[in-house]
Ligand binder design. Structure first.
Ligand SMILES: Cc1cc2nc3c(=O)[nH]c(=O)nc-3n(C[C@H](O)[C@H](O)[C@H](O)COP(=O)(O)O)c2cc1C
Length: 172
């Protein structure tokens, strides 16, 4: 198997942030599979500090959409996955945030591999406490991201990356 045949490499390179969705339902089974893959991310001391709130309800989606300038993406998504840090499960904030980043990437890649689209919304973090209030989540939870999920309205999203030569700061 060459590197380009690897399904993991293919998913990494093919995945794009999807911000527009079709008005079509998303299978709960696929979402559960995606969350399971998310939870197989590494975490320090294997403390698994991530928690999820699943928002399918249009009124709650609307309320969360009011807290970000990406409101049209949130409203058009079939599902919002609210990703939280359980501060009671936390042992080192930096490492826990890194683990949740890995968890989020696993979620995005697995959703992509099931032909679903998703985007990591960080802009809503400025309203983290409001999100907890609206969802009546306990204060020990800290908002890490909202992932909007749905069937992509199109697949022509382009992106770019800086050449690797610019990013290696030392090689001895
Ligand atoms: C921490 C973080 C926060 C992000 N916040 C937002 C956001 O608020 N709104 C949005 O549309 N995209 C957001 N994104 C997605 C990035 O814009 C996107 O990953 C980047 O432009 C590269 O595009 P690609 O994902 O299609 O490769 C975020 C990504 C990360 C990792």
């Amino acid at each position: 198997m060459t590197m380009s045949d690897s399904p993991v490499m293919k998913a990494i390179y093919e995945r794009r942030s999807v911000r527009q969705f079709l008005d079509a339902p998303v299978s709960r089974e696929c979402v559960m599979e995606g969350l399971k893959a998310a939870c197989w991310a590494p975490s320090g001391l294997n403390n698994q500090p991530w928690r999820f709130a699943l928002i399918w309800d249009a009124e709650y989606k609307e309320a969360l959409a009011g807290l970000t300038r990406y409101s049209s993406t949130l409203k058009s998504a079939a599902l919002l996955v609210v990703v939280l840090l359980d501060t009671e499960a936390s042992y080192d904030r930096t490492k826990d945030c890194q683990a949740i980043g890995a968890c989020l990437q696993n979620l995005l890649l697995s959703l992509h591999s099931m032909d679903l689209g998703a985007v990591w919304i960080g802009e809503i973090l400025k309203n983290g406490p409001r999100v907890l209030e609206i969802l009546k989540l306990p204060e020990r939870m800290e908002l890490m991201a909202v992932v909007a999920v749905g069937h992509p309205a199109h697949r022509n999203q382009k992106s770019h990356r800086r050449p690797i030569e610019e990013l290696i700061v030392l090689e001895k």
